[in-house]
Structure formats: structure tokens, C-alpha cells
Unconditional design. Structure first.
Length: 425
């Protein structure tokens, strides 16, 4: 998680390792992903029909393969889509560069590397005291402002410097282990799983406004923080149960600092206690490998299935154009030029975060392209990656929650970014 300089700005070691694996075996990763999707489907079919003892007697394999019927359908669709894309068979709407091929050849190779190294190294973040230390130090900030425990600051930092996928995976694991309540996990997963600094640069390059990076990044940071303050206090996040995964109520005393301790001293003591529990190299490697398998076989199919469907709808139907019509008067009130052309970009981002900037190619106004680039990043929930990951993870959110939160984030962040755009342009 330590920020390091790169050719495109700031990144973190996991992102560097992910890029390295893509450079080494990039051309064969799509084929590997097809096999991974096949293994996921075969394991699910076996768990649902034969029900062998090695699956029934293993909580890990039970959770991985004995899934809800909806996810069975998702795994079937994911494998079918992947085969159609890889061999270019069936309707072009499925395997075109802007739909299924975008997932299999662009996104899934990135997730392959991120899941490999993030999964393997995640125990370093979870098991050796870092979260306990920051939990004690940051509660005074995170709890009153964002209604979250101090340890969630690590999730936010992992997303901000690295990638939203890392934040979702970290949050899901913390929720399963009983460190977050359902409400807290939902807030973190849908509020702090932002895109990385590096990808923000890619978005700004796409709209041809790299010379405005400083005000652009200030705009998305400010609007993102405002959304993170507001959303936990309103529906649907405010109505999530404040209970842990095992059903127990939240313990309000768990974050109290005992008498005689400073926050730093207590945090260091709790960190040492946690670290002493994790002295086994075998246990570390076992946890890491389980994370990788869980992400590859459990999360990837959801991303492939939902992402492909969302991109097909965006590319081959006018649905997002129709849904964007209510934004035309809002953009006109905010004084954004070319409101009609820009309107659909604020809805199509639900399918994929990069689509709005692609649709912005024909827009001449620098101000409008600036606003589109800013909002596309701060909307945060897009089904081709973070949205699919959230649905596929154990974090307690459903499709309705994601749609509502996507729209709320758009409504909150759009005026802020538009205001800053007016100052700049």
C-alpha cells in the first residue's frame, strides 16, 4: 500500500506486480480466465448435484460452490459469454470490442493480476496488527464523520492509492471475519471503493484535459468526501442492520480506549496481540491461496456475466439515452453546455465507468468534458467492475441498493463538480 512513483503518477506495489504479470503472460490470460470460469461452473454443478463430502465438510468449498441459484445462472452465463468472446461465435453484440471482449481482454486480465497478488498478500494487511493500530488511532475521525470504525481508514487508503477492487475485497474479508457490521460493510464498499489515482489520470487523458489535473483531482476528492458524509446518513445505507455477519449486535464498547492508555499505546498493544496470533508461514500461505481461489472462482464469473449484460444494453439499446433525459434540465440549470449530448453519459456510467468519457468524444465544450470525467469517477458504482464485485462479494448490498446509490452519488457530486468547472472555465 506504500505509494510509489510511476510513469503515470502514483501507484502501489500490488498494481505494479499486477502490471508485471500482464506484461509477462498477458496474451494467454484471457484463455486462463475461460478455464477459471469453467472450473467455477463445474464446481458449482458438482456441489449442487453430486454434493461430495469434500465440499459438504468444508466451509470454504461450501461457500465457494454451493451458491444461490442466481449466482449459478451468473456462472453459466459467464462461461457461455467467455467462450463466445474467445472464439468469436454467436451474436456480435456479445463478443464485440465494446462489450464482452472489453471484459475478457481488458478488465479480466487486470483482475487476474490484482486478485493474484492482492489475495496472496491480503493476510499481511489483515493478520499482523495494522488494522488494530489504525482502528485505535482513526476512530475519532472515522466514526463521527463517516459513521465507520477507525480500521476502515485502511480500506479507503487501499482504494484511493491502489484500486477500488482491492478495497472491496478487503472490506468483504473484514465483514466475514466479524470486524464490520452489515451497515459498515455496505457503507465502505459503496462509498470508499474509489478508482485509483492512476485510473483517474487515464480518464482525464481520454477527454483531453490533462493540463487540468490539479483542479480535476480536487473536484473528485471534495465531491467524494461530501458523498461519503451524506450517504451513510440516508436510505438505503442508514437502514442496513447494524449487526455482524453472525447476527450479533454491534458492540459499542469495542472502540473505547481503556483507562491508562493513549490511543497510540493501546493501538500498538492490540497490534502486537494480533501479530502474535499469525506466526505460521503455512497459515499465511493457506489464507492467501484461499483468497485467490475465492476471488478467481467466486467473483470473476459475476463480473463477466453482469458486466457483459450491462455493456450490451449500453451499446445496443437506447435505454441509457432514455434514462438520461431527466438530466437535461438539471444540466441546463447548472449551466453546462451541450446538455442533451452529455445527459446520457451520467447514466451509462452504471454499466462501465469508462463509457461516459468514450461518449464524450463528440462533445466540444471543455467544461462539459471536465464535468463528465469528474462525475464518471465519483459515481463509483459500475457493473463491469466494482458493482459486479460488490454483488459477487459477501457485502450485504443488492442490485436495488446499487442503482439507488449510483443515482444518489450522481445527484450529490454533479453540482459540486459543475461548480468547480465554472470557476476553472
Amino acid at each position: 500500500m506504500i505509494p510509489i512513483p510511476s510513469s503515470e503518477g502514483v501507484t502501489i506495489p500490488i498494481a505494479v506486480l499486477s502490471d508485471l504479470i500482464q506484461d509477462l503472460i498477458g496474451p494467454v490470460i484471457p484463455a486462463i480466465m475461460v478455464w477459471i470460469l469453467l472450473f467455477s461452473l463445474i464446481g458449482t454443478i458438482i456441489a449442487k448435484t453430486i454434493k461430495p463430502a469434500f465440499i459438504k465438510n468444508s466451509p470454504f468449498f461450501t461457500n465457494l460452490f454451493d451458491v444461490h441459484p442466481i449466482w449459478v445462472v451468473a456462472r453459466i452465463l459467464a462461461f457461455i459469454f467467455a467462450v463466445m468472446v474467445y472464439f468469436k461465435i454467436g451474436p456480435e453484440a456479445v463478443w464485440s470490442k465494446s462489450t464482452g471482449a472489453n471484459l475478457l481482454y481488458n478488465l479480466l486480465p487486470v483482475l487476474f493480476g490484482v486478485f493474484l497478488f492482492a489475495g496472496l498478500l491480503l493476510p499481511l494487511l489483515l493478520n499482523f496488527g495494522l488494522l488494530e493500530l489504525f482502528g485505535a488511532l482513526m476512530t475519532k475521525v472515522m466514526r463521527p464523520i463517516f459513521k465507520l470504525p477507525g480500521r476502515s481508514s485502511i480500506d479507503a487508503l487501499a482504494s484511493w492509492l491502489g484500486d477500488g477492487t482491492i478495497g472491496v475485497l478487503l472490506t468483504s474479508r473484514q465483514y466475514e471475519e466479524g470486524h464490520y457490521t452489515k451497515r459498515e460493510a455496505a457503507i465502505i464498499g459503496t462509498t470508499f471503493s474509489v478508482v485509483s489515482i492512476t485510473f483517474s489520470i487515464v480518464v482525464l487523458k481520454q477527454v483531453g484535459l490533462m493540463n487540468y489535473f490539479a483542479p480535476y483531482y480536487f473536484a473528485i476528492t471534495l465531491s467524494g468526501v461530501v458523498a461519503a458524509i451524506i450517504l451513510p446518513r440516508i436510505w438505503p445505507l442508514s437502514k442496513k442492520e447494524n449487526t455482524y455477519a453472525n447476527g450479533k449486535e454491534q458492540d459499542d464498547t469495542s472502540e473505547l480506549i481503556p483507562d491508562g492508555y493513549s490511543r497510540l499505546g493501546y493501538g500498538l498493544e492490540q497490534a502486537q496481540i494480533q501479530a502474535k496470533k499469525s506466526s505460521s508461514v503455512k497459515g499465511f500461505l493457506s489464507d492467501g491461496c484461499k483468497n485467490i481461489i475465492d476471488m478467481w472462482l467466486g467473483v470473476t464469473p459475476v463480473v463477466m456475466a453482469l458486466g457483459t449484460l450491462a455493456l450490451i444494453i449500453a451499446e445496443y439499446t437506447p435505454i441509457f439515452q432514455w434514462l438520461g433525459l431527466p438530466f437535461i434540465p438539471i444540466l441546463q440549470v447548472l449551466g453546462i453546455p451541450e446538455a442533451q449530448a452529455a445527459s446520457q453519459t451520467f447514466v451509462v456510467g452504471f454499466a462501465d465507468m469508462f463509457l461516459p468519457t468514450i461518449l464524450a468524444d463528440g462533445i466540444e465544450s471543455d467544461m462539459t468534458r471536465f464535468v463528465i470525467a469528474g462525475v464518471s469517477v465519483t459515481q463509483l458504482i459500475y457493473m463491469s467492475e466494482v458493482g459486479g464485485l460488490l454483488i459477487g462479494s459477501k457485502i450485504p448490498v443488492n442490485m436495488k441498493d446499487l442503482i439507488v446509490l449510483f443515482l444518489l452519488r450522481t445527484i450529490i457530486t454533479l453540482p459540486i463538480i459543475a461548480g468547480i468547472a465554472h470557476i476553472i472555465f
